[in-house]
Design a protein around this ligand. Structure first.
Ligand SMILES: [Zn+2]
Length: 275
């Protein structure tokens, strides 16, 4: 399917519009890496929909989609379960079902990998690697080097040769986002990156410096129908809405504002080494 010429576009940069349309209308395959079930819907939902509408094959791969491990959980994990309002064992299953509904809203396929969320991961002696709010945005635990390697191998095995791979920048430094980026960067393929929403709202300065550091940002326009699909894709993650917004209307307003402020959605790629 071609993008309609009369589609209402927020972006005014004609050069980037031309480039974006050329890509939308080019048969192509995209794989988006999502650390958690909602990251791609939140960060790129409108763009995924635009690409799917343009006849491109788009798939969202959620990497930290594993089951809750057997055995006791950390107090921190138990407190999060209480906040989410889900039964311990059904949390990933419920979120997986929400993700499938969300991907359907975007017109994308999905794959779920089996890495448990960082709050469940343990070291060789059974210690929980990330057992506090602060640890979630700290450094990746050195004991995770093996997991990065395993994940990179799994990605390499499953990735279609010609697919364009889009991975999170890990803005805000969530350890699972860092993990996904580290695994993707081991592949030695050309990567596109997206800014992690909503973390990017509090870390705008980290994007401002990227142009000086050899990064190129390219705005992909999102139509009003694309924005509506983006909002619907986020709404499908029903258990997560209250973590970010008071209600669905507030979510829709926030996504509209984010889309308008960027004139669509910006994808990043590294074009040269930092000076
Ligand atoms: Zn995430």
């Amino acid at each position: 399917m071609q993008v309609n010429a009369d589609v209402s576009l927020l972006n005014k940069d004609s050069r980037s519009l031309t480039r974006a349309f050329r890509d939308y209308n080019w048969p192509m395959e995209w794989v988006y890496l999502s650390p958690h079930f909602d990251d791609v819907a939140l960060s790129c939902g409108g763009l995924v929909w635009q690409q799917a509408q343009a006849g491109q094959r788009v798939t969202v791969w959620t990497l930290c989609a594993g089951a809750v491990p057997q055995g006791p959980l950390s107090e921190f994990a138990q407190s999060l379960h209480a906040r989410w309002g889900t039964e311990e064992a059904s949390a990933p299953a419920q979120r997986a079902a929400e993700d499938i509904a969300s991907c359907q809203q975007m017109g994308a396929g999905w794959q779920h990998f089996d890495v448990p969320d960082c709050i469940y991961r343990q070291g060789p002696d059974g210690e929980f690697l990330y057992a506090s709010e602060a640890a979630l945005n700290g450094d990746l635990h050195p004991g995770e080097a093996r997991l990065i390697q395993q994940l990179a191998r799994q990605l390499a095995d499953r990735l279609p040769k010609r697919a364009r791979l889009v991975c999170p920048l890990a803005v805000g430094s969530h350890v699972d986002h860092q993990l996904v980026r580290a695994a993707a960067e081991r592949l030695k393929r050309r990567l596109w990156y997206y800014a992690d929403y909503p973390y990017v709202l509090k870390h705008a300065e980290s994007l401002e410096q990227m142009a000086q550091q050899g990064w190129l940002g390219r705005v992909m326009p999102i139509s009003s129908a694309g924005l509506a699909a983006w909002q619907a894709a986020v709404a499908a993650h029903a258990s997560q809405i209250s973590s970010f917004w008071p209600d669905l209307d507030a979510m829709r307003a926030a996504m509209a504002q984010y889309c308008a402020q960027n004139g669509g959605l910006k994808l990043w790629k590294k074009v040269r080494k930092a000076p």
